[in-house]
Structure formats: structure tokens, C-alpha cells
Design a protein around this ligand. Structure first.
Ligand code: NAD
Length: 484
């Protein structure tokens, strides 16, 4: 194996997993690169106790002192960007430029966290003569964060810097498919001066997640992953009276109007559906082509055919994922969809065991086909034809998901019309992947997010803190007695 066996991280040091282990694969060549422990309820308890022990001192530290750790950590991320990039490619498969972009985003959210001393300041007001009300923010306590396979570095950073900066301590449960980044993140946080126990990593699957949702000392849970598991985690954590924010899957619609700029639209749509092999919760999945969109579609086909699996397009995460995605394409073709670009028979020389799929574009998909309704999570785009913008919006609105929706048009009025009516939390106008940059928060609607607030940016401050309201009377002579 290329990497030593993955270990948990409690109390500022690595600890061997005590039970069963799973193999970790490199999706680019199918080789086994490591093994990851499937931690038990007892191991989760050890992680939570480590975080609980570290909590009193960490929460008592002034936020400006906590920020010093994250200034140093940000520099360490930059120093180690090549190493982290390579690790992302190794365990997730995405190509180097995409892996680097993911680490850069981790740096950006860390920079945002460094601004929290300014943003999370409290409020104070003299509400009556001699009576003062003050609100300040306190951490919620030990928090648990459960993350998916598709961004092994970035998604853990959606929560790590903000939650810790705001005084919480954490147990991270990374995806068992991509467990390597978490260990390096833990080491770099320690190198930056984070006290032992403030950040912990417990590896595993369902048992570990359930134990985190059930543990009495865990105050809040965040989850990022599929809608099916998001619902399970949200119900279980809130059933145990914890705060929970659970981000789920997606089915993002790009609505292309007849006046859209052909070059910009075609290149943006193809980049959105194929970037990170379509394994982004913000990826284009359905393009709703309104009326005369054939020039855009013809140019999209040219762009897609230029993608080279293994060079400009990475593999999907597993053999099973590949088979599932091919199943979606086969079924749509059998139901009458026209395959304009077919990625099913792709193979990369020298990496025949990698999980590659070429970009695939299907035209004349109907809104009732499974490929138009369910999340595919691969480099596949379904084109649904519509006669009007209202028909396109009906297709978008019918989706149970609600992460992103983009409109491509040269008309400001039409862009506004679609943005107003789309049932999604993140809207793009001539943008294929409308991820808000910091300080704007990330978060969808409907079945793409359960729970209040957002996971990043300003919207996360409320989630990671509880407010304390203090009313103080200093001035007896003022004669204020209605609040005795
Ligand atoms: P997943 O739901 O399979 O796994 C996510 C996490 O849940 C992992 O840590 C996994 O170990 C754990 N898990 C899996 N099954 C479980 C179960 N039965 N009980 C408890 N825990 C369980 O998701 P994935 O395949 O790793 O990631 C891809 C999904 O994540 C896609 O649906 C994608 O859209 C979604 N995603 C959403 C966002 C967002 O912001 N909304 C961001 C990234 C990924």
C-alpha cells in the first residue's frame, strides 16, 4: 500500500483503529492505497471525550487569540498546497487543477474565519436610563461534522475554521472513501498551535455517524452528503435534541434562453457538467433548452468531445458509481433519449482499472425520465426541451432538490424573472457553478438542505454559537423599577 493504515486522531495524536478496516482505492487506477478503520461506538466516545476535555480552555481563550492559530494554519495550507493537492487527486481522483482549486477554497474559508473577531462581536445598548442590555456569542460546545467523498479537503474546511474560531471543539468523521486528507489537516492544525483535543478525527461509516448523533456530549451535528443520509442524520440528531444542519444531494438545472451567448454558454455548461467528473453538488445535471438552442447544443458537443479522460477529466469515485451512472444512461437511451456524446466506453491507456467515464450528453430527455429526476453524480448532462421560460421553470420547480439553478441569457429582465422564480438556494446568471464566495454563505433549499442557516460564511455564525443576553442595572438613582 502506498500509504500507511489510516488512524484516528484524538487528544492531539494518532490512535490505531481497534476493529475492522476497509480498503481505500485510488479511483484513477483502481489500486489499493491504504486501509481505513471502521470505528466503533466506543472509539467515537473516546473522540468526543477528547473534544469535551479540550472545550473549557479553548472556549475561554479570547477569540483574537484563537485567530492567531488560524493565521498560522492558513500559511501552512499555502506552504503545503502541492502536497494536499496530490493527496486529493490520490484518494478522490480529480485532476490536479481541480484538486488545487479545492485546497484554495479551503484557504479562502480559513481566511474568512480569521475575520470572525470582527464579524462575531456582540451588541450593547442602554435600553433605559442606567439599564444596559448586552448580547454576546458563546460556542455551542462539542460539535460533530460528517463529510462526503467529493471534496476531501474543502468540505471539512466548510466547518473546521469557523466552528473552532467561534470556540467549539470538534470531531470530524470524514468519508471512508477519502480518509487521507483528514490526518494531514489534523497534523497541520497541531503545527499551527491548536491545543490537543480541540480537533479530533474519527473514521468509519454508519456506526460512527449514529454514535455521534446519539452521544450526549455532542451539542451540534453538521452533515454533508446524499439526501437519503442527510434525512437520517437530521432526524436522529434533532431527535436527540441536538442542533443539526444537514446538506443533501442536488439536481441542478441550467435554463438556456434563445438569446444566450453561444460561446460563453456552451463552455460554461460543459465545464459545469464535467468538472470534478460531475461529482459536485453544484454541477449542471439538467439543461432546459428553451426554443431555439441548437447552436448552443452543437457547440457544447464540440467542447465535450475535446475533453480527455485521464488528462482533463478525472474518474468517478468507484466501480459501483461508474456502473450506476452507466445504468442511468442506458435506461434513458432505451426510453428514447438521443445520446449526442457517449462516454460509456472510455478507457485510459495504462490506467485500464481506473473508474473513468467520458462526458455524456443526452438530448430530448423528458422530464419524467429517471435521469431527469434523480441525482446522477457523474459527467452526464440531460437536455430537456421547453417551449417557454415558464415551462422551463415548471421543470425546475418540480425537482425535490434545490441547491442551484442558473439561467443563461443576455436579457437582464429575463435573468431576474428566472432568478425570482427558481426554487433553489443558489442562483447563477451566466454562471455554470454558482457557488457563493466568502463572506456569502453556501446552502441550498428543499431536499438539498435540512435545518436553519447556512454552513459557511456569515450564515454559519448563528449555527456555531448561542447568544447570551445580559441585562445590567448600575444606576439606582435613575429610579428604573419596571425591570426590578
Ligand atoms: P453519502 O451520503 O453516501 O455519505 C456522506 C457521509 O455519510 C459519509 O461520511 C458516510 O460515511 C456517511 N454515511 C453513509 N451512509 C450512512 C448511513 N446509512 N448512516 C449514517 N451515515 C452514513 O454521500 P457521498 O456519496 O459521500 O457524497 C455524495 C453526495 O453528497 C451527493 O449526493 C452530493 O450531492 C452530496 N453533496 C452535497 C453537498 C451540498 O452542499 N449540498 C456538498 C457535497 C456533496
Amino acid at each position: 500500500m502506498k500509504y500507511p493504515q489510516v488512524r484516528n486522531w484524538f487528544d492531539g495524536r494518532f490512535v490505531d483503529g481497534a476493529g475492522a478496516h476497509l480498503e481505500v482505492f485510488n479511483p484513477g487506477d483502481g489500486s489499493v492505497i491504504s486501509r481505513v478503520p471502521l470505528s466503533s461506538t466506543e472509539e467515537v466516545d473516546a473522540a468526543v471525550r477528547s473534544a469535551a476535555r479540550a472545550l473549557p480552555a479553548w472556549r475561554a481563550m479570547p477569540i483574537k487569540e484563537r485567530a492567531q492559530v488560524f493565521y498560522r494554519y492558513r500559511t501552512l495550507l499555502e506552504t503545503h498546497i502541492d502536497e494536499l493537492t496530490a493527496l486529493v487527486t490520490e484518494e478522490n481522483g480529480k485532476i490536479a487543477s481541480e484538486a488545487r482549486a479545492e485546497v484554495l477554497k479551503a484557504i479562502e474559508v480559513t481566511e474568512f474565519a480569521c475575520s470572525l473577531p470582527q464579524l462575531a462581536a456582540g451588541e450593547i445598548l442602554e435600553v433605559s436610563r442606567g439599564v444596559e442590555c448586552r448580547i454576546d456569542r458563546h460556542p455551542v460546545g462539542v460539535v460533530a461534522c460528517i463529510t462526503p467523498f467529493n471534496f476531501p479537503c474543502m468540505v471539512p474546511h466548510w466547518t473546521i475554521p469557523n466552528a473552532l474560531m467561534l470556540g467549539n471543539t470538534m470531531v470530524l468523521k470524514p468519508s471512508e472513501l477519502v480518509p487521507l486528507n483528514a490526518g494531514r489537516i489534523a497534523e497541520l492544525l497541531a503545527e499551527a498551535g491548536l491545543p490537543d483535543g480541540v480537533f479530533n478525527v474519527v473514521h468509519g461509516g454508519q456506526e460512527a455517524v449514529e454514535a455521534l448523533c446519539d452521544h450526549p456530549e455532542v451539542a451540534a451535528v453538521t452533515f454533508v452528503g446524499s439526501t437519503r443520509v442527510a434525512q437520517v442524520v437530521y432526524r436522529r440528531a434533532t431527535g436527540n435534541l441536538k442542533r443539526c444542519l444537514a446538506l443533501g444531494g442536488a439536481k441542478n438545472h441550467l435554463i438556456v434562453l434563445p438569446d444566450a451567448d453561444v460561446e460563453m454558454t456552451s463552455s460554461n455548461v460543459v465545464a459545469s457538467m464535467s468538472g470534478c467528473a460531475g461529482q459536485r453538488c453544484m454541477a449542471a445535471s439538467v439543461m432546459v433548452a428553451v426554443s431555439a438552442s441548437d447552436p448552443v447544443i452543437a457547440r457544447m458537443v464540440e467542447h465535450a468531445r475535446k475533453l480527455v479522460p485521464g488528462e482533463t477529466l478525472g474518474p468517478v469515485i468507484s466501480k459501483e458509481a461508474r456502473a450506476r451512472i452507466v445504468g442511468f444512461i442506458d435506461e434513458a437511451e432505451a426510453a428514447g433519449a438521443e445520446v449526442l456524446v457517449d462516454g460509456r466506453d472510455v478507457s485510459v491507456d495504462g490506467r485500464e482499472d481506473g473508474y473513468y467515464l467520458g462526458p455524456t450528453i443526452l438530448d430530448h430527455v423528458t422530464a419524467d425520465m429517471r435521469i431527469a429526476r434523480e441525482e446522477v453524480f457523474g459527467p452526464v448532462l440531460a437536455i430537456v426541451r421547453a417551449d417557454s421560460v415558464d415551462e422551463a421553470l415548471r421543470v425546475e420547480n418540480a425537482s425535490p432538490y434545490g441547491n442551484a439553478c442558473s439561467v443563461f441569457t443576455e436579457s437582464g429582465g429575463m435573468a431576474h424573472y428566472v432568478a425570482e422564480r427558481a426554487s433553489a438556494g443558489m442562483i447563477g446568471v451566466n454562471v455554470g457553478v454558482p457557488v457563493p464566495r466568502e463572506p456569502f454563505s453556501f446552502g441550498g433549499w428543499n431536499d438539498s438542505k435540512f435545518g436553519p442557516g447556512d454552513i459557511t460564511g456569515r450564515g454559519s455564525i448563528e449555527f456555531w454559537t448561542q447568544s447570551k443576553k445580559t441585562t445590567t442595572k448600575w444606576n439606582r438613582e435613575a429610579g428604573v423599577n419596571w425591570m426590578s
